[in-house]
Design a protein around this ligand. Sequence first.
Ligand code: UTP
Length: 225
Amino acid sequence: MKVFVISLGGSVVTEDPLDMKFIGTFGRMISSMPKDLKFGIVIGGGKLARSYIKALRESGVNENILDEVGINATRMNALAVSTFIEDSNTKIPTTVNEAAEMMRIYRCVVMGGTEPGHTTDTVSALLAERTGAKVLINGTSVTGVYERDPRKYRNAKQIRKLSYDEAIKMSMEGSLGAGPSVFMDVTSLAIAKRSGIRIEVIHGKDLDQYRKIIAGEEHTGTSIS
Ligand code: UTP
């Protein structure tokens, strides 16, 4: 059975509070995919996580607890999304192991974070590794990986292909300053590298890009391999 893992950044599914139009169309797209495909979908925390973490951090709350709060936000978003996908779980798994087990039952398993210290990028790479997925689709708020942050630099150019090592170097450089803004964290890239999982970074709201990648066609995002 062929498995695709999709990491959906929180910014793709959340608004104030949720982008219900997108969640509905995304759910219909996954539900209509060929029945011999399985999906593991990992949802980020988005605005819900950010607003809670910001408020609590300003009051001096411990970083580990902030991560736990973020994890709960990702799970709430995951439950919201799973509701709109046919043949998917309604109990959100708390570990990658549990998610992999659930994949024996459901065609699509939706989850959020697992434990403090990393982001849902790492969860999605671990889920891809565990389930033997060859491709990890990372749906973000921009159309791929750029030389510089396209939200800050209007002329920033998108990169079409990156090696794992180039991507790891870029992610490390982007993580240095305060308030990191990187396309994927270093741990997730290192996991993809060790297991040869191709990462396709696309705009998370562009449904055509998912369709093309799943059909094995060219897309306009960034491939990391
Ligand atoms: P996200 O994965 O959404 O983090 O998890 P992010 O990259 O900061 O946010 P996006 O990409 O803009 O949506 C939200 C927060 O939840 C905690 C972290 O604090 C993270 O910043 N988290 C998430 C964990 O501690 N462990 C996990 O496995 C997942």
